[in-house]
Design a binder for this molecule. Structure first.
Ligand code: F6P
Ligand code: MN
Length: 358
């Protein structure tokens, strides 16, 4: 244990001392962190934990052996429902909002979460994570679905855990983005990265290019320009990374910059984007903006997008500010007809901006 360093609890006492809620938000975040420690312990067992596999099986007693995403969901619900801090929860794993059982005191916050992000990576021992968003429910009544459908700008806290070589918790309560590393032997989250700042420029992008034929033209334009590298209008080479756990891609961007896209595509007309607004895009956007980055759905900030349903999907473009703004500009130029792919760039008003190349 590294003595003389800031633990999560001390950090929360300092950051939230002005919030007049009897310590409910700090208490909730400590409970969320407790669930993350338990999920970290399960993921770290790997194949030895018996949690692998996508199909539910039954043991000899006939009990269902749950998959890790379901166990992670249970860990979060168990850790957070009893503490008198929550009025309700929405989880990726539950179709309907989760009610606080009547034997527990109801609190003034709502918790939206993705218990195990990137779960396709569980069985191959690649980093996964937990993402959460906290909203205020300043009413005595049981929350309705509408109470959860708040615009992302109203989040009071957001964070994620990444279960990688080290387990880390990244958090914002609207006063910058800060990261804690789990000291596994002691069980404490220790502040290791205060006030993270995402570089405004980057030479690294992340997108699943197997979807290329379904993208909108402004996204194809951006990626083509990155791929053209030194020989194209950007005048520099780019690097590409795709982990397929959003949390892990976000974490890399927070640590060294980059841009992540899961854009709108036509692959499945029922899904205008892959990621979910309430418990993936909104919390990550809050974290990114608090670290000086930008987050957009291509046509405006994600944090200003009205929420319409609990599991609503949204296009996501976030990371280094200048790249996100460039991609937004490409969308605007396409929408206004300035940049239509059937017009030769020589004759269109497309912004070539070679001088802006970085
Ligand atoms: O939660 C959705 C998610 O698993 C993200 O973590 C990840 O970025 C994305 O889906 C991976 O998508 P794909 O399977 O298209 O690579
Ligand atoms: Mn996810």
């Amino acid at each position: 244990m590294q003595l003389g360093r800031t633990t999560l609890s001390k950090f929360l006492i300092e950051q939230l001392h002005e919030v007049d809620d009897n310590g409910q938000l700090a208490g909730l975040l400590v409970d969320v962190a407790a669930a993350m420690k338990s999920i970290a312990a399960m993921t770290a067992k790997g194949a030895l934990g018996g949690f692998h596999g996508a199909i539910e099986t039954t043991n000899v007693q006939g009990e269902v052996q749950k998959k890790l995403d379901v166990l992670s969901n249970d860990a979060l619900i168990d850790a957070c429902e009893w503490g008198g801090t929550l009025a309700g929860m929405i989880s990726e794993e539950n179709e309907d909002p989760i009610r606080i059982p009547s034997e527990f005191k109801r609190g003034r916050y709502l918790l939206n979460f993705d218990p195990l992000d990137g779960s396709s990576n569980i069985d191959v021992n690649v980093s996964v994570g937990t993402i959460f968003s906290v909203l205020l429910h300043d009413k005595d009544s049981e929350p309705t679905i509408d109470d959860f459908l708040q615009v992302g700008r109203r989040q009071v806290a957001a964070g994620y855990a990444i279960y990688g070589p080290a387990t880390m918790l990244v958090l914002t309560v609207g006063k910058g983005t800060h990261a804690f590393t789990l000291d596994r032997e002691i069980g404490n989250f220790i502040l290791t990265h205060e006030n993270l700042r995402i570089p405004v420029d980057t030479g690294e992008f992340a997108i699943n290019t197997s979807n290329e034929r379904f993208w909108e033209p402004p996204v194809s334009r951006y990626v083509e320009e990155c791929k053209a590298g030194k020989t194209g209008i950007r005048g520099r080479d780019f690097n590409m990374r795709w982990i397929a756990s959003m949390v892990a891609d976000v974490h890399r961007i927070l640590m060294r910059g980059g841009v992540f896209l899961y854009p709108r595509d036509t692959k499945d007309p029922k899904k205008p984007g892959r990621l979910r607004l309430l418990y993936e895009a909104n919390p990550v956007s809050f974290i990114i903006e608090q670290a000086g980055g930008a987050s957009s759905h291509g046509r405006g900030p994600i944090l200003d997008l009205p929420a319409e349903s609990p599991h609503q999907r949204v296009a996501v473009i976030f990371g280094s500010k200048n790249e996100v703004e460039r991609i937004e500009r490409y969308h605007a130029e396409f929408d206004s007809g300035v940049d239509q792919p059937y017009i030769s760039p020589l004759f269109s008003n497309r912004s070539l901006y070679r001088s802006e190349a970085i």
